[in-house]
Design a protein around this ligand. Sequence first.
Ligand SMILES: [Fe+2]
Length: 258
Amino acid sequence: MVALERLGWQRFDHDPALAWWVEHARPAARAAIADPANAHWLRCGGTWFAGVNVLPNAADGSIGESGSLRGRAVEAAGALVGTTPRWDAAQISVIHPGYPRQEGETDAAFRYRLTRDAAHVDGLLRLGPDNRRFIREPHAFVLGIALTESDATASPLVVWQGSQKVIRKALLAALRDHPPETWPDVDVTDAYHAARRACFETCPRIAVHARPGEAYLIHRLALHGVSPWGEGASADPDGRMIAYFRPVMARIEDWLAC
Ligand SMILES: [Fe+2]
């Protein structure tokens, strides 16, 4: 797990065990996307289906006749939490040509999506009338599994390499004078924004591409986002479809630990 701790991301080559799971997950993902009950997940003028927790997989990751979620990336993810994770329902994120289109966003938010890939750290929720940031959904990691073929420039996930160290240091400094039991209620907005700016200036932006059977892990504190659809890029008719598993951690102390 050296690469993940050092770089903030790690890619896994084609794995037959994972490819088997993908063959079973893809039709279930298509059904979830077509379900009118999930139509509210369409964003950005129809160019992004956000699909949070829409895959009806079991706690062992199985879907249909796939058997439990297995493979090298899955084992590496398990090593991070010291056990086989109980898998939450996967997010199915689908990006289509033309992403992003402006819809329901301020000009500033759309500009940030376009020029900074809507970069964020998972778990820092915007709350209250002033959209202040609080640590409320600390994930153990982000495991991304490609479900369709896509070009490397078809809106890949991007990660700021090494950003997890910058984010960790900034948040620990912001929380230093507060007892851990109050951390969910500490407003970390200013520290987070300053750390994000520092990441843009000092960390290389890496595009992480995967084909079906391949996967990647993103460090839980790494700054990441989605690139706009590249000029002339193509993907399967389904679009660029990724399943993301993001199991929640119990303690913010563990989330911020090395
Ligand atoms: Fe994210």
